[in-house]
Design a protein around this ligand. Structure first.
Ligand SMILES: Cc1cc2nc3c(=O)[nH]c(=O)nc-3n(C[C@H](O)[C@H](O)[C@H](O)COP(=O)(O)OP(=O)(O)OC[C@H]3O[C@@H](n4cnc5c(N)ncnc54)[C@H](O)[C@@H]3O)c2cc1C
Length: 496
C-alpha cells in the first residue's frame, strides 16, 4: 500500500494522463501467469490494478507444492523465450521480472532420454548430433531424418530474431519454402508426420516430444526451440517464476487478494461495471478475464456473449490433459537423466485411457527441493481422463480410484526404475478434477490442442460488444502454454 501511494504521489504532479488513468480501476481475474502479466502491464500503463485469485498463491496451473519436505513441480518443463533470441517472449519474461538472477536458466543436454526396451535414444540440442544418433540407430530412415533436419532449419530461419544481414537474406530466400512447409505442417498432425519414419522406435521417440494430436508445426517448432538454444528450465521452477512476477506486480503497486473467487462480472448497458467477489461488489471500469476463458464464458456472465469466437468457445474446446503422479523417493537418483520418456513394453489401460509412454522428470539436483540424499519424481500420464474422474467424483469412488491408480502406476514404474522399489516415501496424484477444482480449468485441461487442418478459435484481447471486458490466458491463442499466457496478458493490458 505504501509503494502504491508513493507511486501515485510521484506521478500526481507530473503526468495528468496518468492521474486520469489512476482513477480508472482494472480488475484482473486470476493470478496465473497471464493474470500476473496483465496486472503488471496495466499498472505500468497507469491504471489502478486489483487481482482476485481463488487459490492461495500466484502461478495458477504452473505451480509447485511441498509434501513432507519433497518439492514437486507441476508446471514448467521448458520455457519458450528463455533465450534472448526468442522474441517477443523473452522480452516479456524480462519485463515482468519472471526471469531474474535468482532463477538462472539451465539447458540440459540431451533434453530427454527416450528409453524403449534396451534402447536409449537422446534428444540432443545440436540438430546434427541428434540426426547422427538417430541415423546410426535407424539407417533406413536417413533420408526422412535429413528432411526433418531441413524442416527444423527452414522453420528456424523465422523463429529466432535475425542476428545480422545474412539472417535477413536467408529469410527472403527461404520465404517460398517456408510458406509451403508451413501449410503442410498445419495440415498434418504430429502423429501423421511421424508415420513417415519406418523405424518404430524413432517414430515413438519423435511422437513422445509432444502430444501427437497437436499439428506438426508444434513438433517442428519445439525441436527448433531446443536446437537453437531456447526451451530452457529456470531454476526454482514454476513457483519461483510466478513469485518473481508477483513481486514485480506488488512493487509496481498492484493489489492482490487470494482465496477470492470472482462469482460474476457485472455488465450494464453494454459496459462492465465491476465484479462480485467475496460477497461484495467491486467497481471497475475494466475487467481482464485471465482465468480459463471457456469456464469464464460459462460461469461469470449473466448472458451469453454474442461474438462469433465466443459462440464457438462456449461449445467447448479440446485440451491437453494429464494425471500427474508425484513420488518422493528416499534415494539419490541424480545419476538418472533429469527427463525421460519411457516407452512401455505393452501399453497399459488406466482411468479408461491407454498409455504407451510415460514422461518422467526428476528434480534431485535442485538445491533445497528435497531432503538430503533424496529425490522427487513427477510422472505425466498424458491423456483425457476427465470423464472417468468426474464420474468417480459423482459416485463417490474418487478417493478409492485415485488410490488404485497410484498403486498401479507405481508398480508400473517400478518395472522400469527398480531403484525406487522400497524407497517411496510420498505419493501424490493430481487428476483433471484437481485442475478443474483448484484453477477452474475447463474439463481440467491445462492448455489447448491445435489440431491439424483447423483454425482454432482466437480469443480477442478485448470484447467487441461489451466495453471494458478483456481476455488473457491459455485459450486466447492455440496451443497455449506459458509464452501465450505472458504475451496475452500484455495484449489484454494494451487493449484497455
Ligand atoms: C504438468 C504441466 C506441465 C506443463 N508444462 C509446460 C511447459 O513445460 N511449458 C509451457 O509453456 N507450458 C506448460 N504447461 C502449461 C502452462 O503451465 C499453462 O498453459 C499456463 O500456466 C496457463 O496460464 P494461465 O495464466 O493462462 O492460466 P492458469 O494458470 O489456469 O491461471 C488462471 C488462474 O485463475 C484463477 N481463477 C480461476 N477461476 C477464478 C475465479 N472465478 N476467480 C478468481 N480466480 C480464478 C485460477 O485459480 C488460476 O490461478 C504445463 C502445465 C501443466 C499442468
Amino acid at each position: 500500500m505504501v509503494g502504491f501511494s508513493l507511486i501515485y504521489l510521484e506521478n500526481l504532479s507530473v503526468n495528468h494522463t496518468f492521474v486520469a488513468k489512476m482513477t480508472k480501476k482494472v480488475i484482473v481475474i486470476g493470478a496465473g501467469v497471464a493474470g500476473l502479466s496483465a496486472a503488471i502491464y496495466s499498472r505500468r500503463a497507469g491504471y489502478s490494478v486489483t487481482v482476485y485469485e481463488k487459490g492461495n498463491c500466484p502461478g495458477g496451473v504452473s505451480t509447485s507444492w511441498v509434501r513432507q519436505g519433497y518439492t514437486f513441480d507441476g508446471g514448467i518443463h521448458w520455457l519458450v523465450g528463455s533465450s534472448s533470441r526468442f522474441q517477443p517472449f523473452h522480452k516479456r519474461w524480462q519485463e515482468t521480472g519472471a526471469l531474474q538472477e535468482n532463477n538462472p536458466v539451465i539447458y540440459s543436454d540431451p533434453f530427454f532420454v527416450f528409453k524403449s526396451g534396451d534402447v536409449s535414444l537422446r534428444l540432443w540440442r545440436d540438430i546434427d548430433q541428434l540426426i547422427k544418433e538417430l541415423v546410426s540407430f535407424a539407417p533406413e530412415d536417413k533420408k526422412t531424418l535429413n528432411t526433418l533436419k531441413r524442416h527444423v532449419q527452414i522453420i528456424g530461419t523465422y523463429m529466432p530474431a535475425p542476428q545480422g544481414p545474412w539472417d535477413l537474406v536467408k529469410m527472403v530466400i527461404r520465404l517460398p519454402l517456408f510458406v509451403s512447409l508451413l501449410i503442410y505442417l498445419l495440415r498434418t498432425s504430429t502423429r501423421k508426420y511421424t508415420e513417415r519414419f519406418s523405424n518404430p522406435t524413432v517414430r515413438e521417440m519423435l511422437s513422445a516430444i509432444l502430444n501427437p494430436d497437436q499439428n506438426a508445426l508444434s513438433i517442428i517448432a519445439t525441436l527448433t526451440g531446443y536446437t537453437m538454444g531456447d526451451n530452457g528450465f529456470p531454476l526454482g521452477g514454476s513457483r519461483r517464476l510466478a513469485d518473481n512476477m508477483e513481486q514485480t506486480a506488488l512493487k509496481a503497486g498492484c493489489q492482490f487478494f487470494y482465496r477470492s473467487k470472482v462469482e460474476k462480472i457485472c455488465i450494464e448497458d453494454g459496459s462492465v461495471k465491476g465484479v462480485w467477489v467475496n460477497n461484495t461488489f467491486q467497481k471497475a471500469e475494466h475487467v481482464i478475464v485471465a482465468m480459463d476463458t471457456c469456464t469464464a464464458l460459462q460461469t461469470l456472465l449473466e448472458k451469453p456473449l454474442h461474438e462469433r469466437w465466443a459462440r464457438k468457445l462456449q461449445k467447448g474446446t479440446d485440451s491437453e490433459h494429464c494425471s500427474l503422479l508425484s513420488l518422493g523417493i528416499k534415494k539419490d537418483l541424480s545419476y538418472l537423466p533429469s527427463v525421460m520418456r519411457i516407452h512401455l513394453k505393452e501399453s497399459v489401460k488406466m482411468a479408461g485411457h491407454e498409455y504407451s509412454t510415460l514422461w518422467v522428470y526428476h528434480y534431485s539436483s535442485q538445491e533445497g527441493y528435497v531432503p538430503k540424499g533424496c529425490s522427487s519424481l513427477t510422472i505425466l500420464f498424458q491423456g483425457d481422463t476427465y470423464d472417468y474422474w468426474k464420474k468417480a467424483k459423482e459416485d463417490d469412488t474418487y478417493v478409492a480410484k485415485k488410490k488404485t491408480f497410484t498403486q498401479k502406476a507405481t508398480q508400473l514404474l517400478e518395472n522400469y526404475l527398480p531403484e525406487i522399489v522400497g524407497n517411496i516415501a510420498v505419493t501424490d496424484l493430481a487428476t483433471p478434477i484437481t485442475y478443474e477444482r483448484y484453477c477452474g480449468c475447463y474439463r481440467g485441461g491445462y492448455m489447448g490442442i491445435w489440431h491439424a487442418k483447423t483454425l482454432p478459435p482466437r480469443v480477442p484481447a478485448k470484447s467487441s460488444t461489451i466495453r471494458g471486458l478483456h481476455f488473457a490466458g491459455m485459450r486466447t491463442f492455440m496451443s497455449g502454454g506459458l509464452p501465450i499466457a505472458v504475451q496475452s496478458g500484455y495484449y489484454a493490458a494494451k487493449s484497455i
